[in-house]
Design a protein around this ligand. Structure first.
Ligand code: G1P
Length: 301
């Protein structure tokens, strides 16, 4: 019998060094796009895909992430007294039932595969999702929901995928594939961060996965891959010739790499422009930007 996908792993142990000094005291997953932290977007997408159990793989210094999902009774009381129903409503949307989130610690930064492996006991012997909160997808049907559907149909492992420029493939896991119906490809190979000349295609893996428990068994071997890290990509690739295979799922909407400064700024603008309460002012500001003045101001610093 096929099991429903109800558990998702959120690897949030990274130090976020690309955003220092901010990430000295703020986990990068708490950084906001407009007024919601990155992790909230990841949780919302997972909920839309039917996920009910949320497993955070954390590390030292991530307490504020746990606090974010705790209740805030003083704040709620004060908002209630002031009659601020809208804000109370906003807070309610971030509510998580007690017991819905579990935290496990990754004690050593040994790679994404290792982070996922740390959650193995909580996942058990069932299919599960992995969501990387750095990868934010804006607009369109929830990517993970489509992937859960593909898993339901095929029983296989599913990774989100999109074409990237050839010169960027070395930042990603990359798929080789044969069948391609436009929205779904069947993988024939999967390589973590290949050099452009060695890449099987320019179809990159984006941070959403629906995986079979067999991948956890593969991670048990603790084999090191690219960058001498235990790579999730390698553990998934072992399933390509397995019974159920590996599929790449193209998705609707725009993906932003919020693990990079440029991607994070682009996402901030896109999410701002999508908001009814901000669009007019923000687009007016952008339309009137004097781009050369920005460069002058930078030179003055
Ligand atoms: C991770 C994965 C990589 C994937 C990428 C998507 O890499 O290892 O396969 O393409 O996420 O964002 P990272 O960006 O953590 O180096």
């Amino acid at each position: 019998m096929k099991r429903k996908v109800t558990k998702a792993v959120f690897p949030v142990a990274g130090m976020g060094t690309r955003f220092l000094p901010a990430t000295k005291s703020i986990p990068k997953e708490i950084m906001t796009l407009v007024d919601r932290p990155l992790i909230q977007y990841a949780i919302d997408e997972a909920r839309e895909a039917g996920i009910r159990d949320f497993i955070f793989v954390t590390a030292r210094g991530k307490q504020s992430l746990e606090d974010y999902f705790d209740s805030a009774p003083e704040l709620e009381k004060s908002l209630r007294q002031k009659g601020k129903k809208d804000l109370l409503q906003e807070l309610k949307r971030t509510d998580m039932d007690s017991g819905a989130i579990a935290y496990v610690r990754q004690k050593e930064a040994l790679g994404l595969g290792h982070a996922v492996w740390c959650a193995r006991r909580l996942i058990g012997n069932e299919p599960f999702a992995v969501v990387l909160p750095d990868d934010v997808i804006h607009g369109g049907r929830a990517c993970l929901a489509d992937m859960v559907e593909t898993h339901r149909e095929t029983g296989g492992n599913v990774v989100a995928t999109m074409e990237v420029p050839k010169e960027k493939v070395s930042s990603y896991g990359v798929l080789g594939f044969d069948e391609d119906d436009g929205s779904r490809v069947r993988a024939t190979s999967m390589v973590e961060k290949p050099a452009a000349e060695d890449a099987p295609s320019n179809l990159a893996v984006i941070g959403r996965y629906v995986l079979t428990p067999q991948v956890l068994q593969n991670l048990n071997r603790k084999e090191r891959g690219a960058g001498n890290e235990i790579q999730l990509t390698d553990a998934i690739a072992k399933e390509i010739d397995g019974e159920t295979g590996v599929y790449g799922q193209r998705f609707e909407g725009q993906r932003y790499d919020c693990g990079s400064k440029a991607g994070y700024l682009q996402a901030t603008i896109a999410f701002g422009l999508a908001r009814d309460d901000l669009r007019a002012e923000l687009s007016d500001f952008i339309a009137n930007l004097d781009l050369s003045a920005g460069a002058d101001a930078a030179a003055d610093i």
